[in-house]
Write a protein that binds this ligand. Structure first.
Ligand SMILES: *Cc1c(COP(=O)(O)O)cnc(C)c1O
Ligand code: SF4
Length: 445
C-alpha cells in the first residue's frame, strides 16, 4: 500500500525590507551640525591625530543618537577626547584656538603620533619577506602556513574604527599604487608551496571594485595554486557597508567570483569584524549574510575587547549566539593592541579573561568555536588561558595559538599575576624564572 505524504508547500523566501543608501562619506567634524559645540571641538582636536571617516549608513542605522556619546558605535567611529593624553590634547587644542597654519597642525600631529607606537609587533621589520632578493611590500609572512596580503587599492576602509591598530597607515601618506602587486602575489604564492592560506587584508579589501579583486583572486583557481586551500578576506563591510553584497553595481559579480572560488575547491572565508551586536541589527546586513552563504563561503567573526565599546560579557554571549544563528562562526576575541589610542581602549589582562570566560560559559558548544582572549604580539598570538594558583603563586596561564616558531604552539607557559598588565610586554615569568621559554629564540630571529 502506498501512503501519501502531504507536505506543506515551502514558504517562498521573502527578501527583508531595507533602505538602500547612496554612499556618502563623512570625514569632517563640520558635517555634524547636530552635535553640541564642545563635543565637536574635542572631536576636532583628536581627529587631527587619528584618522576619521564614517558613512551615512553607519550614522543613520547603527548609532543610537540619544545615547551619544556613550553609544558603542559612536565610540567606535568618532574620535574621543580620551584617546589623547592630557598633554597632547592641550597642545593641539591650544594650537587650534590661536591663529595657525595647516603645516603647524600636521607637524604637531606627527609629533604626537610618533609617541604612539605606530608599528606594533615588529610588523615592519620582522614580517615582510624577501623574494628574489628584494623586500616584498604588501606581503607579510609571519606564520608558516599563512600569507597576509595588503592589496594596494584596498588600504582604506568604509569607515575607520577609532581603535584600529592600522591607524598609522591611514594618515599622512598618499596611497601608493602598485599595479604589479597581483603579479607579485601570484609569483610569491606559486613558489612557496608550504603556504596553504591566503589572508587578504587592508584596510578593507572589500572597498575594491570586483574587477580589481578578480585580478588577485581568479588566478588562484590555476593548478600552480593547488596548495592554496583557503582564502580569507578580512572586512568590516558586512556591517558597515552591507550594500557591497546586495545592491552595489558589482555586488552580483562579487558573489559570482566567490562562488567560482568555492566551486574550484577553495575554502573561502569572510573574516567579518564585528565589535558589537548592535552592528547586526540592520536587515540589509542579514540579507548580505544570506547571499554570501548561498555562494558557499563561510563567514567567521572576530573583534577586540575594547573599553567604552564592548566590555560586557552578556553582550558578547548574545552576539556570538546571534552570529551562530545567522550562520556565522565566532572565531577570535582579541586583546587591544599596544598602539595608538590604547590608553583609551585598553582593559587589564585579568579582566579580558574574566569577560571572555563569562561570555563563553553562557553559550552552547556550537558558539565555542571562538578563541581568546588573544594578543597578537611579536612572537605570536598569545591566549590568556586562565588564572591559577600553583604552589601558592598566583599566575596567568598562557599559550600560543599561533607562533613564529610552530613548535611553541600549545605549550602552556606562566607569568606572574599582575592586575595592571595590559599586554604581553608587561608580564614577568612566574616561579622565579628569568625568561619565558621562547624569549631567546625570538630575540635571535
Ligand atoms: C592571525 C594572523 C594570521 C592567521 O592566524 P590563524 O591562526 O590562522 O587565524 C596570519 N598572519 C598574521 C600576521 C596574523 O596575525
Ligand atoms: S575596518 Fe578593520 S582595518 Fe578598517 S579601520 Fe576598522 S579595524 Fe581598522
Amino acid at each position: 500500500m502506498q501512503q501519501t505524504v502531504h507536505l506543506q508547500p515551502a514558504q517562498a523566501y521573502q527578501a527583508p525590507r531595507y533602505k538602500v543608501y547612496q554612499h556618502r562619506q563623512i570625514d569632517k567634524i563640520e558635517q555634524l551640525d547636530k552635535l553640541p559645540e564642545h563635543l565637536r571641538f574635542e572631536m576636532k582636536v583628536v581627529a587631527n591625530v587619528f584618522p576619521f571617516r564614517v558613512n551615512n549608513f553607519v550614522i543613520e542605522e547603527l548609532i543610537d543618537w540619544h545615547k551619544v556619546p556613550d553609544d558603542p558605535i559612536f565610540q567606535l567611529t568618532f574620535p574621543q577626547r580620551g584617546m589623547l593624553d592630557d598633554e597632547s590634547y592641550e597642545q593641539m587644542a591650544a594650537l587650534l584656538k590661536r591663529s595657525h597654519t595647516q603645516d603647524e597642525v600636521i607637524e604637531l600631529a606627527n609629533h604626537i603620533r610618533h609617541k604612539l607606537n605606530p608599528h606594533p609587533a615588529g610588523q615592519m621589520e620582522k614580517n615582510v619577506p624577501q623574494f628574489q632578493g628584494k623586500r616584498v611590500e604588501g606581503i607579510q609572512h609571519k606564520y608558516k602556513e599563512t600569507v597576509l596580503f595588503f592589496p594596494s587599492q584596498g588600504q582604506y576602509c568604509h569607515a575607520y574604527c577609532t581603535f584600529c591598530f592600522r591607524w598609522a597607515q591611514f594618515v599622512g601618506k598618499a596611497t601608493r599604487f602598485n599595479n604589479n602587486d597581483a603579479e607579485l602575489l601570484h609569483s610569491y604564492l606559486s613558489t612557496n608551496k608550504d603556504v596553504t592560506d591566503l589572508l587578504m587584508t587592508g584596510g578593507d579589501p572589500m572597498v575594491m571594485r570586483t574587477v580589481k579583486l578578480r585580478k588577485y583572486l581568479e588566478a588562484l583557481k590555476e593548478v600552480r595554486f593547488d596548495h592554496i586551500k583557503t582564502i580569507r578576506i578580512g572586512t568590516k563591510s558586512l556591517t558597515f557597508w552591507p550594500f557591497r553584497y546586495v545592491t552595489d553595481p558589482d555586488a552580483k559579480d562579487l558573489l559570482a567570483l566567490l562562488k567560482e572560488l568555492v566551486d574550484a575547491g577553495k575554502h573561502v572565508s569572510i573574516m567579518a569584524h564585528i565589535n558589537h551586536k548592535q552592528e547586526l541589527r540592520s536587515e540589509i546586513t542579514k540579507e548580505a549574510i544570506r547571499l554570501l552563504r548561498k555562494t558557499g563561503v563561510q563567514i567567521r567573526t572576530q573583534a577586540p575587547l575594547l573599553n567604552h565599546i564592548n566590555v560586557d560579557a552578556n553582550m558578547w554571549s548574545q552576539m556570538w549566539q546571534e552570529q551562530t544563528q545567522l550562520g556565522m562562526v565566532p572565531y577570535y576575541m582579541f586583546i587591544e593592541r599596544d598602539t595608538g589610542a590604547k590608553r583609551y581602549f585598553e582593559i587589564p589582562l585579568y579582566k579580558t579573561w574574566e569577560i571572555f570566560r563569562d561570555a563563553y560559559k553562557n553559550v552552547s558548544g556550537v558558539s565555542r568555536t571562538v578563541r581568546g582572549p588573544s594578543m597578537s604580539a611579536g612572537p605570536g598570538k598569545v591566549e590568556i588561558s586562565g588564572v591559577a594558583t600553583i604552589h601558592g603563586e598566583k599566575v596567568f596561564v598562557l599559550r600560543f595559538i599561533q607562533a613564529r616558531n610552530p613548535d611553541w604552539v600549545q605549550q602552556p607557559f606562566f607569568a606572574k599575576y599582575d592586575e595592571k598588565a595590559t599586554w604581553l610586554s608587561d608580564l614577568q615569568p612566574a616561579f622565579g624564572e628569568k625568561k619565558f621559554f621562547w624569549e631567546d629564540e625570538y630575540n635571535s630571529m
